[in-house]
Write a new protein. Sequence first.
Length: 539
Amino acid sequence: MSTPMDVDNKQNKRAGEASLSNVLSRQRVHFGSLEESERQNRRKTAATAEDLNGVSLEDLVDNSMNYELSESSKKAREEHQAILDEFERKKRARTLAVPTDDGRVRSKLRELGEPQCLFGEGPGDRRDRLRYLLSKQEGTEMVPDEEEETESESEEEKEEEFFTQGTLKLLEARRWMTRYSLPKARDRLQRQRLEYDMPLPQIKSLRKDLFAGLKSYANFSSQIGDDRPISQCIFSPDCSLIATGSWSGLCRIWNVPSCDTLVTLKGHTDRVGGVAWHPQSTLSIDRNVVNLASGGADELIHLWSLESEIPLASLQGHTARVSRVDFHPSGRFLGSASYDTSWRLWDVETTEELLLQEGHSREVYAIKFQIDGALVATGGLDAIGRVWDLRTGRSAMVLEGHVKEILSVDFSPNGYQVATGSADNTIRIWDIRTLRCAYTIAAHKSLVSDVKFFNGSLALVSEDCVNGINPTLSGLYLVSGGYDGFVNIWSADDWNLLKSLAGHDGKVMAVDVSSDNKFIASSGFDRTFKLWSNETLPI
């Protein structure tokens, strides 16, 4: 029999069990790993998303048709896609191999249905347009054919330096020039060392006196030399004569300073481009040997004496116009520059061709031997000059810097400087010792037709003896002529303009300086040649 106390205990027990079950039915708090809790939350979120109309979030992202974009969103998406497409096009363009031959480029444009040429379009622009069109086509890959690869390989081979076997006569000539040039170079260097030890005030005084005389130069005489432009004028070694060559094909020899005609040399049938005196001409008694050489547009080189109006011999071999000629300092050899893109070396005694030298991509216009006889410099219409070692046949230096044709070249008597005049209106001074351009002179307002260093071949020296040697004045100034009608005199130390001589009615085509430092000669398109001299000194 239960008592009232037992009933109360049972009711309290049932209430405690009910409250415990309610607590257990609540969400429990786990004090375990956070990663486990995050995984459970993601599973619940995914399950909830799948219950939303039976479509997952991935399906909503991939299927863009399930929702509509605004106009601004559509525009932004199109711009973004256009940027991506342009990146892809540029990537394809970098991998395309577009032909370099303009004919193949035109043919490919025709295949694509595009115009072969647009107004003002060059080969390079046309090739870029083809690359752009091909890059817009997906899957396009253009590989150059075997013929183009062969052409590119041949072009690379052409750029490589190559040598050909010379004759025994050329070998003997090279050995002879080596034996000739070494003593000359030794004597020149020895003299330069002695002059280097001169006191600086003495050097300044000598140059000041020389430059003061040059600033007083004026027109001494003017002579009509032909009925066509006079392309060349050059003093004889003893300065008593001057030779001119004209576009009429005639060469004339004039007396200095009276400018009277002595001999008219008839032999060329076209324009005379180059005239050069033999180094021993007028210094020896024999006038029946070779005293003068000339080259013309008739592809011939004539050798002249001073006693006959017809040439002693003619050198044949060039296949185009002979632009310039120059004698080797020994007088035994002659160099010639031609429009056939080569320069040649001739034996004056046997009139045989010893060397045909290529190396310019266009016409060779100028040529000049170094005072020692070891080097020769050439300038071409390819805007490139080269210094060649006659003893080995190698190109010793490339004169690269002019932007237009090189029309004149000359060696300084110091043996290591070369001056080049160009159609870019400048004169560049090159240093063979450092193999670079030492100075650029803005010389004329038009092209520079000729440049000449003062070369005192008569051993013109100062009257003052310093350290047992009379310092030479040779090489202390430079003379240039230009198509602006002026003859300019430049100092050879700081390359400043000393004097500008005006008198020609038009283009100045050639200049020269007498070795006795008394005259400057110039010839021009106005059919005259002129002598310039210091007006304060008696002749």
